[in-house]
Ligand binder design. Structure first.
Ligand code: NAD
Length: 499
């Protein structure tokens, strides 16, 4: 029994407690206390949600493009008008500062706006008179019920990479948000209802592996869009595709910024601090390694440390720069890498453990941390830390930096800082990474391009949102048509030839 509020699932247009008996704790990470519980779905609960979505699909997939567009526009207007409420939910459960929460919502809204153009996006193609009296048309049709499984670090934006386009295309969705910050998905469900989306088109089931496995195994779920850590992304991809589903599974990252000697070092220092410590480093596109060419490394480190000294860590509702980490366990894991760095021979230039914060002492704090001369054999370099720990690795020049980036297991994002157009052009051609910034530290593509990494950062070949997202949530059908006219007819068993 608990006196705290319990967050239910959202199935068929209403809150639903399901039949599962397990509850998860939802913390306020800035206070270090549990603020509510969330229900964990049983496999039967997931099946109930899938049945509701399957039923809603019959009508939603037949709903006119005009009507669907009106619902999408209404949702966009409501979300834009009430985004402040959602930002407060994100800060209370994730811990990111309010301005960063607002930024997350803005990037999600972009995808909603892209999906508002559904009538244009869903146009097929026609080839007239491919043979005498024969036309070929391609249609883009929805898949059916689609599953979305999201990570803790973007509780609003990552689901919004997928569901606006899925719904616009005529699919119905089941979201399984992170159990660590689940409330945003229910808040969004209520907004959809207000926007006029029919019941059962957008459903939320909460939980952990049991819920995920039930989605992966349910034969009525046509596709899975997963975002999270690499080991789980690989697992979801393998189990989902083995069950015959279309799967896109985005995994972890270790993003490098290569700094050439001719770069503007003030811009580089600003970018490294913003991209390294924004959202306490809990971003898949965070910069976690600065590859500094030897000749400028000392100057750059002094510019970075002077900026770090100005950062205020604390409760994200109080105008601070950086909030807490998501859980106590994650805080301890991130902090342990600072010991590893020292033991492996790196130089801990700024140690964020035990910093003074503007907030509750029991919050899950680690302050901005900088480690120099990190050996590339150290786990500080090879593993994703997912916290405010920025590593510096000194390199002799472009070639060594490129070789390090390309030999890593991940390929999510990277950036080069230089004023040499030739070097930048060479980098964008040679680097083995899915998203590249030139003097841009977090090169997250806008909504009308597509998001996704290479190698262990994306399993499957479908990137998220933009044109790739539209392709993922539709399947093409080619229709070859001939209308009889009296001149046709007769028997001919030969393979048809064009004439
Ligand atoms: P996670 O892999 O622990 O969890 C992601 C989702 O999988 C959650 O919904 C969780 O409930 C579920 N899950 C966890 N363990 C599972 C299991 N054993 N079986 C089935 N499902 C399971 O990731 P996280 O800690 O929530 O998020 C951080 C990770 O996500 C980082 O590695 C980060 O790089 C990555 N990420 C990647 C991108 C990208 O676009 N590539 C974007 C955001 C986050």
């Amino acid at each position: 029994m608990t006196d705290l509020p319990i967050l239910d699932h959202w199935i068929g247009g209403a809150a639903n407690p399901g039949t599962g008996t397990r509850l998860g704790d939802v913390y306020n990470p800035a206070l270090g206390t549990v603020q509510k519980h969330v229900r964990f779905a049983s496999a039967a609960d997931v099946d109930t949600a899938v049945s509701a979505a399957k039923k809603a699909y019959e009508e939603w997939s037949e709903t006119s493009l005009t009507r669907r567009t009106a619902v999408l526009f209404a949702f966009r207007e409501l979300l834009n008008a009430r985004k402040g409420e959602l930002a407060e939910i994100l800060t209370a459960e994730h811990g990111k500062v309010l301005s960063d929460a607002a930024g997350e919502i803005a990037r999600g809204l972009e995808v909603v706006e892209f999906a508002c153009g559904l009538s244009h996006l869903l146009k097929g193609t026609v080839s007239e008179q491919v043979s005498n009296g024969v036309d070929v048309t391609t249609l883009k049709q929805p898949l059916g019920v689609v599953g979305i499984i999201s990570p803790f670090n973007f509780p609003a934006m990552v689901p919004m990479w997928f569901f606006p386009i899925a719904i616009a295309a005529g699919n119905t969705v089941i979201i399984k948000p992170s159990e660590k910050d689940p409330t945003a998905s229910n808040w969004i469900a209520e907004l959809w209802a207000e926007a006029g989306l029919p019941d059962g088109v957008y459903n939320v089931v909460h939980g952990d592996k049991e819920a995920v496995d039930a989605l992966l195994d349910n034969p009525d779920v046509a596709s899975i869009s997963f975002v999270g850590s690499t080991p789980i992304a690989r697992y979801v991809y393998e189990r989902g595709t083995a069950a015959g589903k279309r799967v896109q599974a985005l995994g972890g990252a270790k993003n490098h910024m290569l700094v050439l000697p001719d770069a503007d070092l003030d811009l580089v220092a600003d970018s490294a601090v913003n991209a390294g410590f924004g959202s306490a480093g809990e971003r898949c596109m965070a910069i976690s390694v600065v590859l500094a060419v030897d000749s400028v490394a000392d100057t750059l480190i002094s510019k970075i440390t002077s900026r770090m000294a100005t950062l205020k860590t604390g409760d994200g509702t109080r105008g601070t720069d950086m909030g807490p980490l998501i859980t106590g366990a994650h805080r301890d894991k991130v902090a342990s890498y600072v010991d590893v760095a020292a033991a492996d021979g790196a130089e801990v230039v700024v140690d964020g453990r035990g910093i003074e914060v503007d907030g509750d002492p029991n919050g899950f704090w680690v302050g901005p941390t900088l480690v120099d001369r990190v050996p590339t054999t150290s786990t500080v370099y090879t593993e994703e830390i997912f916290g405010p720990v920025l590593s510096v690795v000194r390199v002799s020049g472009y070639e060594e930096g490129l070789e390090l980036i390309n030999s890593g297991q991940f390929g999510n994002g990277t950036a080069i800082f230089t004023n040499d157009g030739g070097a930048a052009r060479r980098f964008q051609r040679e680097v083995q990474v899915g998203m590249v910034g030139v003097n841009v530290p977090i090169p997250v593509p806008v909504a009308y391009h597509s998001f996704g990494g290479w190698k262990a950062s994306l399993f499957g070949d479908a990137k998220a949102y933009g044109p790739a997202g539209l392709d993922f949530f539709t399947r093409e059908k080619a229709v070859t048509t001939r209308w009889l006219d009296p001149s046709h007819g007769g028997i001919n068993l030969g393979f048809p030839q064009n004439s």
